[in-house]
Each structure stands twice: as C-alpha cells, then as structure tokens.
Design a protein around this ligand. Sequence first.
Ligand SMILES: NC(=O)c1ccc[n+]([C@@H]2O[C@H](COP(=O)([O-])OP(=O)(O)OC[C@H]3O[C@@H](n4cnc5c(N)ncnc54)[C@H](O)[C@@H]3O)[C@@H](O)[C@H]2O)c1
Length: 452
Amino acid sequence: MKPGERPPEFFGSSGLKIGVIGCGYVGLPLALRFAECGHHAWGFDTDPEKPAKLHAGQSYIRHIPAEQIQRLVQCGRFSATSDFSKLREVDAILICVPTPLDERREPDLSYVEQTALSIRDHLQPGQLVVLESTTYPGTTEELVLPILEQTGLRCPIPSEAGDQSVTPDFYLAFSPEREDPGNARYGLANVPKVIGGVNPPSLAAAQALYAQIVAKIVPVSSTRAAEMTKLLENIFRCVNIALVNELKMLAFRMGIDIWEVIDAATTKPFGFMPFYPGPGLGGHCIPLDPFYLSWKAREYDFITRFIELAGEINTNMPYQVVEAISQALNRHKKSVKDARVLVLGVAYKKDLDDLRESPSLKIMDLLIKRGARVEYNDPYFPKLHRMRHYDYSRMQSVELTPENLGAFDCVVIATDHSAYDYQMIVDSAQLVVDSRNATRHVTRNRDRIALT
Ligand SMILES: NC(=O)c1ccc[n+]([C@@H]2O[C@H](COP(=O)([O-])OP(=O)(O)OC[C@H]3O[C@@H](n4cnc5c(N)ncnc54)[C@H](O)[C@@H]3O)[C@@H](O)[C@H]2O)c1
C-alpha cells in the first residue's frame, strides 16, 4: 500500500490490522482492547512462550481473564506470534516493550532499540508506528526515527521555519501508557490518551486510531511533550510518596499517627491529594521512570534535585522497616539474629501478582543478611524463583494458620492484600510490624502491633 492510500483519516476506519509489540502488562490489554473494538489485533513477543499460551487461550496476567482471550482467538480477532515478518501485514504498530534501568541505574533502551530494528526490517509505506513505552523526552525522534528512516522511507520533523506541508512515507508518534494494573475503576477505555506526533500527519493518524478505543484524546505539540507528560505524572507520584514517607518518620518520632493526619487533611476539598507511606516503592514504573529524566537532564547540565531526593528517601524505606522490626524485637528481648520472621505479601502492591522492584524482597534480603530466619506468605505467589538481585528459589509460601503465625517471633505486613484476615493475624502472632496500616480496623490485641 502506498502512503497516499493510508491518509491519516484511514486510521479512523473499522477492521484495521493492529500489531502490538510486547505482550506484557501493557501490550496485552491494549491488543485485546483493539480486538474487542472490532479490529484484528496481533500480539508480537520475543518470548515464544507468550504467543503459545495466548493461542492456547491461556492468560498469564491474573486480571486478564482467559475466557476473553479464548473468545477473541476463536473469533479470529486476536492472534499472537514471534514471527516479526508479519509486521508487514498490519496498518499500525504499537510498541509496548520494557524500559528498565541498567546495572548503573541508567536508562536501558535496548528493548526499544531492538524493536525499532525489527520494525525497520519490515516497515511498509503508510504504516503508523507508535511508541508507548515510558521513556525520556527525545527517544522517539532521536532513537526510533533514525532507525526507521534507515529504510529510505521518511517521516520528517517539521523544520523550525514551520514547513508542515511534507507528506511522510510512514507515521510516527508517542503515546504513553497510563495503565494502573488492578485498578477496577480506571482502565484503557476511560483514561484520556495523550498523543504527540513527529509531524502533524502522524499526530492526526494516531489520534484517529486511538479515538476508536478511548473516550478522550489529549493531543500535544510534539513527541517530546508527550514523553515528558508521562514522566511528570510518575515523578509527581514518586516525589509525593517520598514526602509522606519522610513526614511519617517525623510523625512517629513526635508520637503522631500519620494516617490519622492524612485522613484529616484529605477532607480539604481543594489543594490536597492523599499519598500514603509504605515500605518503599515497587513496580516497573515509579521507582525507575524518574531516573530516565534525571539521566537526560545531565545532557542539559541540569540536576533534578527533587528526583534525587525522593529516590534517596524512598530507597531508604526498606531499611527503615528493618530498623522498626529490630526495635520491636528488642522490646520482646529478642535480636534480629536468629529471629524467625514471617513477611506477609511479596507483591509490590496489594492484590497484584507482580513482584517487580517489590520492597518486600529488599526487606527479606536485609533481614537474611542480619541473620534472621525469614519466610513469607503471599496468596499470589505459592513459591518464589531466582531473580536478578535475589535468589529465593527455595522459598515457598507458608500457610497462614494460627499455629504457623504463632511460631514466628515477628510477622511483618509488607503488602496489604485484601485476602488477609488481619484480626486473625494479630490474634495469632506474637508481634506484628505493620508497614501499611493494614491493621487499622483490628480491635483486639492491639498491643502486639508496631506500626512503621
Ligand atoms: N506495567 C505497568 O503498570 C505500566 C504502566 C504504564 C506504563 N508502563 C510502561 O510500559 C512499558 C511496558 O511495560 P510492561 O509492564 O508491559 O512490561 P512487561 O515486562 O510486562 O512486558 C513487556 C513484554 O515485551 C516483551 N519484549 C521484550 N523485548 C521485546 C522485543 N524486542 N520484541 C517483542 N517483545 C519484546 C517481553 O517478553 C514482555 O512480554 C514500559 O515502558 C513500562 O514502563 C507500564
């Protein structure tokens, strides 16, 4: 198909072929949403197990029902593959691959780069490519665009003189994913979608496409503005969580209940938004994304002090929990060394089956290094495996019976899963260190609880 045969309005048509690269937490729901809205969605993933599972109608993400996958596979609206040559057949290509930090905590764009190279090898005139992975401002134009233009096809950035008349050979845009896994109220359909195009036709094409699956589109002037928007949102969360974590530590020292204070402040109908303290940041986004911007800022001789400070405070939180455990055991005339400690919740967030960057893993590691005998329970992880930083491959979730709970010197609430019976936990345990205020409704045996 020639570019002229896919003008921007073409992407407002029904029955499009959409390729989503990366069938993870972000890409899979996105592909399924396009399929639900009457398009033909292809999921592409380098991990061959994922297409195989999806074809078998299986889900590997807890909040995505297998029945939905089965239904869409059977009616021919959704399919998955590791064969990237099929990218030639699609109208639009959406990139949802990981953007982690490397060993030196610098942006690791190797997945985005690898994906851009795969697209380059199959790029067709008139295709729309959208990067959705979170990244620093400039990635779409400075990394993805030059690779795609190695094909000889052009997607020109309008010159500063304002020449916007050039028709691109393909379209390129950035639109950040705002997925909040496990959020029952806000999902793909009702969260506005921010979009920036490399040029006006690219923006128009991406707007036409996404308008079919989301209620509201928010166009911005450039891909860089769209990339920065996502980072602002996540840095806002990161900084505010750090602020409340710091105030929590002060409040404890002053004998003030920080959760009571937050609840009271939240009654102000304007100018305040609650953030809650916890054992540290987790997940693939908030602990990592801000450092994409601080890294890029260095190119401009700029130090992002809020990001650095927030990172310092949040990184320290697991250490602070371990210190609280140590003090609580001390009150029971016990030391951390040789204490039996049960950590409740290894997922980074309540009711999720996601371990990425979970502070629970760090707390367990610190306790083990101090000589504690650590075990865990998590309804979503019957056993653990070897990870990049930790080897918990021999650990299995301890059954939560009153007898088992009572056998530990200390029970630590690291993740406040809804499935836990907190009154039973407190009634059965000798000592509970609660980093989430999960025991706020517990009425009996409150003297066994140490909040942190
Ligand atoms: N998970 C979230 O809550 C969330 C929310 C908003 C934004 N994001 C951003 O979305 C992006 C994706 O995150 P995710 O949570 O979906 O990650 P994920 O790890 O769940 O999924 C990524 C998928 O990409 C695949 N993959 C890796 N390299 C590939 C390649 N070269 N070609 C094809 N597939 C490849 C992996 O096998 C995996 O299935 C990241 O930039 C992340 O920051 C995530």
